[in-house]
Design a protein around this ligand. Structure first.
Ligand code: GAR
Length: 189
């Protein structure tokens, strides 16, 4: 019988962090089980990755519900059916509301590509480059109702590749894939 904590990863895009976490579960670097990948974007590449790794996908598009509360209740129902204990956001580009946050107190974690509280929200790497900072980074934090706010669990600095959003993003992704699995391995277990 497995006593591993059950995780749902929420993602909206490419899914490289999702895949890194799923592989870390396979190799047991992360002592947890991803039982569900929740997305708001049925065409996102993360869905291909989940399919290839045989991880169930749950798609919930807010516009298909009559209210944000109804949307979040539907998400919670599927989390409850899959016995999810932790929510891990990995490029989920939507704010979680009170309904979900209250159901998982101190059990929702996010990764963000900046040294928070600098550059929250979308396009964090572009924001950093436009501000001319020389060092940016990655933050893993607990989620509250704010935009990339909540208690910080881990941070790692990344040097900006001056003038290149793409190269800086690549450097950040390399750090994210390592930092997220290690931080979750310590934090969750
Ligand atoms: C990651 O860089 C993650 O930190 C960021 O989205 C990217 C998703 O990449 N999240 C945020 O900006 C949250 N505000 P991925 O789809 O390849 O994992």
């Amino acid at each position: 019988m497995s006593a591993k904590p059950k995780i749902a990863v929420f993602a909206s895009g490419n899914g490289s962090n999702f895949e890194a976490l799923a592989k870390a579960c396979q190799t047991e670097e992360l002592g947890a089980e991803i039982v569900l990948m929740v997305t708001d974007k049925p065409d996102a590449y993360v869905c291909n990755r989940a399919q290839e790794m045989a991880i169930p996908i749950a798609t919930f598009q807010p516009k298909k519900f009559e209210s944000s509360t109804a949307f979040e209740r539907a998400v919670l129902k599927s989390l409850s059916e899959a016995k999810v204990e932790w929510i891990v956001l990995a490029g989920y580009m939507r704010l979680l509301g009170k309904t979900i946050i209250d159901a998982y107190p101190s059990k929702i974690v996010n990764i963000h590509p900046s040294l928070l509280p600098s550059f929250p929200g979308k396009d964090a790497v572009k924001q950093a480059i436009q501000h001319g900072v020389k060092v940016t980074g990655v933050t893993v934090h607990l989620v509250d109702e704010g935009m990339d706010t909540g208690p910080i669990i881990a941070q790692q600095a990344v040097e900006v590749v001056v003038g290149s959003i793409q190269q800086t993003t690549e450097a950040i992704h390399i750090v994210e894939h390592e930092l997220y699995k290690k931080t979750l391995a310590e934090f969750i277990s």
